[in-house]
Ligand binder design. Structure first.
Ligand code: CTP
Length: 401
C-alpha cells in the first residue's frame, strides 16, 4: 500500500488497553510522512501518558476542551481544520456510543462533531461488548453517517478471551487510512453489484437459499463508492445497512435479482456479481402452507437464470467480475468458471473459510494469471479488489458513452 506523505491526521486516543497500539500507530504514520496531532480522552491518559505521544508525534498533545495554556481556546474547532482525517484508535464501545449520538462533552468527541473532514474509527473492545446489540446499533448508525470502520479483527484479547473486537494492527490501520485517502480510482464510473443470497419459495413460509451474509458484496459496493464510482447494489435478503452513497435495490428470488439487473445493466460500466444466487427454484411453489402428513415429500426444482453469464454475453457488456466460492481445487474451478461465463476476472475463495466471516482471502484469476490477496478484513480486501478492477478496466477502455 502506498504511503501517504504530508497527510495531516488527528489521531484520537480513547481509554482502552489497545491505547498502547496507538503509540505504535503514531510512529507508523510519522514514518509514512504524516503530520500527526494526538488528542486524548481523560480515560486514555490512564493507559498511556501524553508525553509518550508528544515524543512520538513531535507535536503537543491536546487533552482538554478549555485548556488555559492553549493559545487557541476554540481547540475543538481549530484542531480539525486543514486536517485530512480524524482517526480514532482505539475507539472504545463507550466512545462509539458517543459518536453515534453526537455527544460533545469532551475535546475529542466535540472535535468529531465539529469536524469538516472524514472520520475513521478503529474499534477495540471485548468480544461481548462488540457483539452487544447496543454496540451493533451504534456501529450501524456510524456506517449510515459515513464514518469508516477500520476492523476490528478477531483473535486473542487482552482480557484473555478470544473473539471479535481486537483492534487492527498499527500497519493495517495505516494501510486502510492510506487507501481511504488515496486518489479516486473509479471517478464517475458506474458500478453494478449483486450481493447476498437469494431465497426461492417452496410455500408461503418455506424456501431454499444459499448461505451468504452479503458482507463481501456490501464491502465491494462500499469500496467502489469510496473510489468515486456511482454504485447500484442489487441485494438479496441480508440484515446489512446500505453503505453510504450506494443505491440499493432489494430482490428476494433469483428471478427478481435478474429483473433488477436487467433494469440497471445498460447503465453499468462494471458489473461485479458477488451474490450467491440459488441455482434452482421450486418449479411449482404452493400458494398455501404444506401440511405435514407423514409421507415423503418431493419438491421438483428447475434451473434459475445465470445472471452473470447473461450479462457477459450481452452485445456490449460491462466489464464483468465473477465470484467463485469453492470448497476444493480453487484454481481449476475458478479458471473453468471464468472461461465458461466468459468474464475477464474471477475472484475466488474457499467457501468454508469465507461465509459469514469478517475476514477472508481471495485469489484473482484474469488474463495475466493469478494474483493472491492475503487474508484481511473484507473491507480491506474489497478495496484491493477494486484497485485491481480499476487497473484492468482502465486498460480495457470499456467506458460506455
Ligand atoms: N451467478 C449468477 N447467477 C446465477 C448463479 C451464479 O450471476 N444464477 C454468479 C455469482 O454471483 C458468481 C458466479 O456466478 O459471480 C458464481 O458462479 P456459479 O457457477 O454459479 O458458482 P456456483 O453456483 O458455485 O457453481 P457450481 O455450483 O457449479 O460450483
Amino acid at each position: 500500500m502506498a504511503d501517504a506523505p504530508h497527510r495531516k491526521i488527528v489521531l484520537g486516543v480513547t481509554g482502552g488497553i489497545a491505547a498502547y497500539k496507538a503509540a505504535e500507530l503514531t510512529r507508523e504514520l510519522v514514518r509514512r510522512g504524516c503530520d500527526v496531532q494526538v488528542v486524548m480522552t481523560e480515560a486514555a491518559r490512564g493507559f498511556v501518558t501524553p508525553e509518550t505521544f508528544q515524543a512520538l508525534s513531535g507535536n503537543p498533545v491536546h487533552t482538554e476542551m478549555w485548556a488555559s495554556r492553549a493559545p487557541d481556546t476554540m481547540a475543538h474547532i481549530a484542531l480539525t481544520r486543514g486536517r485530512d482525517a480524524i482517526v480514532i484508535a482505539p475507539a472504545t464501545a463507550d466512545f462509539i456510543a458517543k459518536l453515534a449520538h453526537g455527544f460533545a462533552d469532551d475535546l475529542l468527541s466535540a472535535l468529531c462533531v465539529a469536524r469538516a473532514c472524514p472520520l475513521l474509527v478503529a474499534p477495540a473492545m471485548n468480544r461481548e461488548m462488540w457483539a452487544n446489540p447496543a454496540t451493533r446499533r451504534n456501529v450501524e448508525q456510524l456506517a449510515r453517517d459515513g464514518v469508516a470502520m477500520l476492523g476490528p479483527a478477531s483473535g486473542d484479547q487482552a482480557c484473555g478471551e478470544v473473539g471479535m473486537g481486537r483492534m487492527l494492527e498499527a500497519a493495517e490501520i495505516a494501510d486502510a487510512l492510506a487507501a481511504y485517502l488515496a486518489p479516486k480510482l473509479l471517478p464517475g464510473v458506474r458500478v453494478l453489484v449483486t450481493a447476498g443470497p437469494t431465497f426461492e419459495a417452496i410455500d408461503p413460509v418455506r424456501g431454499i437459499t444459499n448461505r451468504s451474509s452479503g458482507k463481501m458484496g456490501y464491502a465491494i459496493a462500499r469500496a467502489a463508492a469510496e473510489a468515486g464510482a456511482t454504485v447500484t447494489l442489487v441485494s438479496g435478503p441480508t440484515g446489512l445497512a446500505v453503505p453510504r452513497g450506494v443505491r440499493r435495490t432489494d430482490a428476494v428470488s433469483a428471478r427478481e435479482m435478474f429483473e433488477a439487473v436487467k433494469r440497471h445493466v445498460a447503465q453499468a460500466d462494471i458489473f461485479v456479481a458477488v451474490a450467491a444466487v440459488a441455482d434452482y427454484r421450486p418449479a411449482a411453489p404452493r400458494a398455501h402452507k404444506i401440511k405435514r402428513d407423514g409421507r415423503a415429500l418431493t419438491v421438483t426444482l428447475e434451473p434459475n437464470p445465470d445472471i452473470l453469464a447473461w450479462v457477459a454475453r450481452r452485445p456490449r457488456p460491462p466489464f464483468c467480475v465473477g465470484f467463485a466460492a469453492e470448497s476444493e481445487d480453487l484454481a481449476r474451478n475458478a479458471e473453468a468458471k471464468r472461461r465458461a461465463k466468459r468474464v475477464p476476472l474471477v475472484a475466488a475463495n474457499l467457501a468454508q473459510d469465507a461465509i459469514g466471516a469478517d475476514e477472508s482471502e481471495l485469489v484473482l484469476f484474469d488474463d495475466e494469471g493469478r494474483h493472491e490477496l492475503a487474508r484481511a478484513p473484507k473491507d480491506a480486501l474489497a478495496r484491493r479488489l477494486i484497485a485491481h478492477v480499476a487497473r484492468l478496466y482502465g486498460r480495457a477502455g470499456k467506458r460506455k458513452s
